[in-house]
Design a protein around this ligand. Structure first.
Ligand code: MG
Length: 219
């Protein structure tokens, strides 16, 4: 089992559960991928075994020649729920992370072409770098959070959750209409525009609202 690390002292050990990753949740990213934004949140699952933390390295698997970075705000679930109403959705949040949805874009493009699942393109070990958890009490609203990604000191992606196509309340509610959300589950809310290729030796620094940072490199 892999456990979250917390920015502040937190008494409980929280294992990382299922990782639910939104797709096409920012209009400009959908456009850069040649896709239309969808009417309601769509998602896939990433395994917890893909998680790494600051100081660790993203490993390029031999099966891929094109890893892309996707910076994403993550919502950590703190309370179990099914069919959660939007009005109480925020009660189910424990905190937030800044994370990366690392993607083997060449494998994903091939899978898309043949209508095959994406798990292989998204699920390799080290493909889910996560920061420490910022407890929700430190953030007034999840719907106006700045975040950014620098690679080798150059700004490569930046966004704000107010540009998400749906509110965090709607996202939590909609996902819970499909699957029960449990403490330790993580919702990666999708990436804004500016995704691009990673090179061996790259140094990545992601940041959420001046509250928490994530630093990893590419081995
Ligand atoms: Mg993504």
């Amino acid at each position: 089992m892999i456990y979250y690390s917390f920015q502040d002292t937190y008494e409980e050990m929280v294992p990382i559960g299922k990782i639910i990753c939104l797709i096409r949740s920012y209009r400009k990213h959908a456009e850069e991928m040649g896709s239309d934004p969808t009417d309601s949140p769509l998602f896939f699952l990433k395994p917890a075994s893909a998680v790494i933390f600051s100081g660790d390295s993203i490993v390029i698997p031999p099966q891929s020649h094109c890893l892309h970075h996707e910076i994403e705000v993550g919502v950590v679930v703190g309370k179990r729920g099914k069919n959660i109403p939007r009005t109480s959705a925020l009660d189910h949040i424990l905190g937030y992370v800044i994370g990366l949805d690392i993607t083997a874009r060449d494998i994903q493009d091939e899978a898309k072409k043949h209508g095959l699942p994406w798990s292989i393109a998204k699920g390799f070990d080290t493909f889910a770098p996560l920061s420490e958890v910022v407890l929700k009490e430190r953030i007034s609203t999840p719907n106006d959070l700045d975040f950014s990604l620098e690679i080798n000191g150059v700004l490569r992606q930046k966004g704000n959750t107010r540009f998400l196509l749906w509110s965090i309340e709607r996202i939590i509610s909609d996902i819970s209409d499909c699957m029960t959300l449990e403490p330790g589950d993580l919702i990666l809310t999708g990436t804004p525009e500016g995704v691009g290729k990673l090179q061996k030796g790259d140094s990545l620094r992601a940041e959420l609202s001046h509250l928490v940072e994530l630093s990893v490199d590419v081995a």
